[in-house]
Design a binder for this molecule. Structure first.
Ligand SMILES: *Cc1c(COP(=O)(O)O)cnc(C)c1O
Length: 396
């Protein structure tokens, strides 16, 4: 089948919900992807913050193929060592007591919302409100798109579930006004991703934590994008000196195999009894075998130290580019290898032109170039992508 036949077929058979780039990807190696015509692309998107160990990372491919030969799936009615190992690693890393595995980020957040509501109702049956932030992104199920503070994702899908309200991210006064004893949980991305790469202001998350404690509300931190080492810490919240009652993960957790997870405290976990929540596929041995490799590899001092160092190098280079093109770049933001460059105009064209030159970058929120590469990139890859972007900017 030729490339054009694949485009045609997709145009006819697939639900038209993606604004796709016109390339057919076939394989990857390290931090490079190859298309059906053998063209090579430096990948600074990593399948949207998923492929943290890049492509063809042998310990990961070996773990997945070994596990596939033994047992792909068996249902959560039985025990597997892969799942027990992954749960132990996740609880140790987070300092929380109990983990649950599902298949995606939306599902992880959906589970977090459910458990927070059930916990709150055990205190007061009217305690149900979930406060989230404008410009957040929490997923596309009915509850998680309601949690997502971006009305364009919600339009046409109503009626939406009740009990959600929104505050401006980084505005502690507004949260202070909105939160009450009826608040079940405050749910925030530790660093907002899809909404344009917005890190928390100094002290913001600590004050959020204090407000939650004052009102007996749980703090849910969505680390689906900012977690798994991306910020230079395993969980981005470690950077800000807070710990949540519930943390949600997905994206990079199994290096590309679909997975989601949440972890919580014993106190919260006890409200769920057998039958209250569940999943058929979630945490199956294949996904957990992959997660175990990521959970063994990423949270080491050397690995995270490298992410931090390369992230700083990359951020400096972005600031330099901003100096060179002050009419194009308005702001540079982010932590570790979760960086954004806000442009003065929509970024899709830049992404298309960089793609033609052989690198995959991303635009989010219309005008923010978002860089969320595999965490194994090296300085030379940063230099390479920056040169291509510079070439494109030079022609603007
Ligand atoms: C991607 C993302 C989600 C949704 O994850 P899916 O796997 O697409 O359901 C939720 N929250 C954040 C912060 C994300 O970046």
């Amino acid at each position: 089948m030729t490339k054009d036949e694949i485009f045609d077929r997709d145009g006819k058979d697939y639900l038209p919900v993606f604004n796709r780039y016109k390339i057919v990807l076939e394989r990857g190696e390290g931090v490079y992807l190859y298309d059906s015509e053998g063209r090579k692309y430096l990948d600074f998107l990593a399948g949207i913050a998923v492929n943290v160990l890049g492509y063809g990372y042998k310990p990961l491919t070996d773990a997945v193929s070994d596990q596939a030969k033994k047992l792909i799936h068996c249902s959560n009615l039985y025990y597997t060592k892969a799942q027990a190992d992954a749960a132990e690693k996740l609880t140790k890393l987070s300092g929380l007591d109990r983990a649950f595995f599902c298949n995606s980020g939306a599902e992880a957040n959906e589970g977090a919302i459910k458990i927070a509501r059930k916990y709150a109702h055990s205190i007061d049956e009217n305690k149900s409100e979930i406060i989230t932030a404008w410009d957040s992104f929490h997923g596309r199920t009915i509850a998680t798109l309601t949690a997502t503070g971006q009305p364009h994702y919600q339009e046409g899908f109503g009626p939406l579930p009740a009990g959600f309200s929104y505050v401006k991210y980084n505005d502690i006064d507004e949260l202070g006004e909105k939160i009450s004893d009826k608040t079940a949980a405050v749910m925030l991305e530790t660093i907002q991703g899809e909404g344009g790469v917005h890190p928390p202001k100094d002290g913001y998350l600590k004050k959020v934590r204090d407000l939650c404690d004052k009102h007996g509300a749980l703090l849910i931190l969505d680390e689906i994008q900012s977690g798994i080492g991306r910020s230079g810490k395993f969980f981005a919240y470690e950077k800000y000196g807070v710990s949540p009652d519930i943390v949600t993960l997905a994206k990079g957790l199994a290096g590309g195999v679909p997975i989601g997870a949440f972890a919580t405290t014993e106190k919260v976990a006890t409200v769920l009894k057998p039958g209250d929540h569940g999943t058929t596929f979630g945490g199956n041995p294949l996904a957990c075998a992959a997660a175990n490799v990521v959970l063994d590899t990423v949270p080491t001092k050397e690995f995270l130290g490298r992410v931090e160092k390369i992230g700083e190098y990359f951020k400096k280079k972005l600031f330099k580019l901003k100096e060179k093109y002050p009419d194009i770049i308005k702001d540079v933001r982010g932590e570790g290898l979760m960086l954004g460059a806000e442009l003065t105009f929509p970024g899709r064209e830049i992404v298309d032109e960089v793609l033609k030159k052989g690198a995959i970058i991303n635009v989010t929120s219309g005008n923010v170039l978002r860089f969320i590469p595999p965490l194994i990139i090296e300085m030379q890859h940063v230099d390479e992508v920056m040169e291509l972007i510079d070439e494109v900017f030079a022609k603007k």
